[in-house]
Design a protein around this ligand. Structure first.
Ligand SMILES: Nc1ncnc2c1ncn2[C@@H]1O[C@H](COP(=O)(O)OP(=O)(O)OP(=O)(O)O)[C@@H](O)[C@H]1O
Ligand SMILES: [Mg+2]
Length: 266
């Protein structure tokens, strides 16, 4: 959806934000991401806050609510959620500001070890019970090859959306933002999801899979499980690319197919 500046929110919504933060002096819309109808860094009496929000009638409002629910359970590499507001047709999240830049996944990038450290920390986190997050088995149900779905089951908290604009780098550290798709599942799924994003940034399938192999969970996964994820991801991106001819989606579908082929050959 198109992104509006903070000033165009209804007056009572802006007032509710000011009730949380103190007077708002400045609002700067940030680049990156697609779903948030507003994504701004505010300077306020109470300090800086990053606000992301979507209309409550937007199809992704459920994702925004999942993001709010999982926030208290996230590791230190993730920004702190200060508040969640819903009023006058808007759902808003107020976060600690991370003044970083988007991660660079290109081959040889100095960001790659930082991203590895952030994901390694997350790999040790168990998905919280009693929080409405997706299950990997349900998420890949329509895409996994027949008879392989059980391989996706697990108890680890997964991020699953490693688009580089969801990873902010600052002061020698990578921080994972945009928890719209928190998922409970097998730990090795996240290194596999990240591998595809590395290919998008110019890695060969071999190079992306070598990076995935830095994670013990990926090394321990069976080749059947890894190729099931490859096939499922390729099927998912084929569907996305068939629905929308955007060039980057066509490229992602091609890379997902190449990754799946590499996994089957290994
Ligand atoms: N805590 C933060 N501090 C500063 N900037 C942030 C923070 N969180 C996210 N951003 C920036 O805002 C952009 C959009 O935020 P985010 O990725 O969370 O939402 P989105 O991709 O628009 O929406 P959705 O979560 O619904 O897919 C990010 O790409 C990043 O550049
Ligand atoms: Mg995003």
């Amino acid at each position: 959806m198109s992104r509006i500046p903070f000033e165009q929110l209804p007056g009572d919504v802006r007032q509710a934000v000011a009730d949380k933060t103190g007077d708002v002096h400045q609002a700067v819309t940030v680049a990156g991401g697609m779903n948030s109808g507003i994504a701004s860094v505010l300077e306020t009496d109470g300090g800086s806050v990053f606000v992301k929000g979507i209309p409550v009638d937007h199809p992704q409002v459920g994702a925004q609510r999942r993001e709010a629910a999982v926030a208290p359970h996230l590791p230190a590499s993730c920004p702190r959620l200060y508040w969640h507001l819903e009023l006058d047709g808007w759902s808003l999240l107020g976060y600690e500001v991370i003044e970083g830049r988007h991660a660079d996944y290109a081959p040889g990038s100095a960001d790659l070890p930082l991203v590895e450290a952030a994901l390694a920390e997350l790999q040790g986190v168990t998905a919280p019970a009693g929080v409405q997050i997706k299950d990997a088995v349900d998420r890949w149900e329509d895409y996994a090859p027949p008879g392989t779905l059980h391989l996706f089951a697990g108890t680890t908290l997964l991020h699953t959306d490693f688009a580089p604009d969801n990873v902010l780098v600052i002061k020698g550290r990578a921080r994972l933002v945009d928890w719209a798709w928190p998922t409970r599942g097998a730990a090795w799924i996240d290194p596999g999801a990240l591998a595809l994003r590395l290919m998008e940034a110019g890695h060969s399938a071999d190079s992306a899979l070598s990076y995935a192999a830095r994670f013990p969970s990926w090394r321990a996964a069976s080749s059947e499980a890894r190729s099931a994820l490859g096939r499922a991801t390729a099927a998912l991106w084929r569907e996305i690319a068939d629905e929308d001819r955007a060039e980057w989606k066509q490229a992602m579908a091609g890379q997902a197919a190449a990754l799946a082929d590499a996994l089957v050959c290994r």
